[in-house]
Design a protein around this ligand. Structure first.
Ligand code: PMP
Length: 282
């Protein structure tokens, strides 16, 4: 694979990042993952806008302009011959002598790599649905900033697998916040329910698009916290993320959701999302 580091392209085994990089030592870094379908970027403007926001919240500078970031993404897709897959981008505060205090003069590090995912949009999981288990949300309090502090979500996903599930839904004060790497939704009395934006969840780029499509299609949407009990007795459940699009959830804590099959709302939203976002891809 060809990777990108600070303005240059390298074969992956020749790329170098400093041992003193604050991304490595402090998880002082933010990231974005953008899907590629048919060689085109899905919702790039959304990801670029969120990147700018994450950096601003952490007092970090945009290392290059949005236009340059777009052209680097395109170059990565071309050089790695990606038809369907992902582009991962990470910006760290940079490499300086280790100190908790934010440095004044660090040069940010920017790294990109790609992952080829043939058939990304028609994964078998979309037809069978996911099994999730609920686990306590033990992440930090600023989940709206897309940092690379992914240890707890990684532990939770591993624990979910150990319990025979595909993923975990994280729970705080009896309410579901989100999945380990996706936003969580249920359908009750025909209404789509998903937690409102705030510091407790990541502001999903897919979430924003999917809710807009749902409203355009006259579906009812409520943005509020929902309990684990509400989720367990919901008609439907699903998750959204840039890499999984809309993915039905068919089991929560070992019990089927509805009839245990992907539901009509999730299936329809997946279809609309894929169709519309392919049209808008750049
Ligand atoms: N929540 C969390 C915790 C995530 O890691 C992700 C994926 N990065 C999402 C939600 C979904 O966000 P998006 O739709 O922008 O991929």
């Amino acid at each position: 694979r060809i990777v990108h580091v600070n303005g240059e392209y390298f074969p992956e085994d020749q790329a170098r990042v400093s041992v003193f990089d604050r991304g490595f030592l402090f998880a002082d870094a933010v990231y974005e993952v953008t899907s590629v379908l048919d060689g085109k970027l899905i919702d790039f403007p959304g990801h670029a806008a969120r990147l700018a926001r994450s950096l601003a919240e952490l007092d970090m500078d945009m290392p290059v302009t949005e236009e340059e970031i777009l052209s680097i993404h395109r170059e990565m897709v071309t050089r790695n011959d990606i038809t369907d897959g992902l582009v991962y981008l990470q910006v760290t505060r940079g490499a300086v002598d280790r100190d908790f205090l934010f440095p004044e003069d660090a040069q940010p590090t920017i790294v990109l790599f790609t992952q080829a995912k043939p058939g990304l949009a028609d994964s078998p999981a979309a037809r069978t649905g996911l099994k999730v288990v609920t686990l306590p949300d033990r992440r930090w309090g600023r989940r709206d900033i897309k940092t690379v502090q992914l240890l707890y979500p990684s532990m939770a996903k591993t624990e979910a697998k150990r319990q025979g599930a595909d993923d975990a839904w994280l729970v705080e004060d009896g309410h579901v916040t989100e999945g380990t790497s996706n936003n969580a939704y249920i359908v009750r009395n025909g209404t789509i329910v998903t937690r409102q934006l705030g510091e407790e969840i990541l502001h999903g780029i897919t979430r924003r698009a999917v809710l807009a499509f749902a409203r355009e299609a006259q579906m009812k949407v409520e943005e509020r916290p929902f309990t684990v009990e509400e989720a367990r007795s919901a008609e439907e459940a699903f998750v959204t993320s840039a890499s999984a699009f809309v993915m039905p959830v068919v089991e929560i804590d070992g019990r089927p959701v509805g009839d245990g099959q992907p539901g009509p709302v999730a299936r329809r939203l997946r279809e609309i999302y894929l169709e519309e976002s392919r049209k808008a891809a750049i």
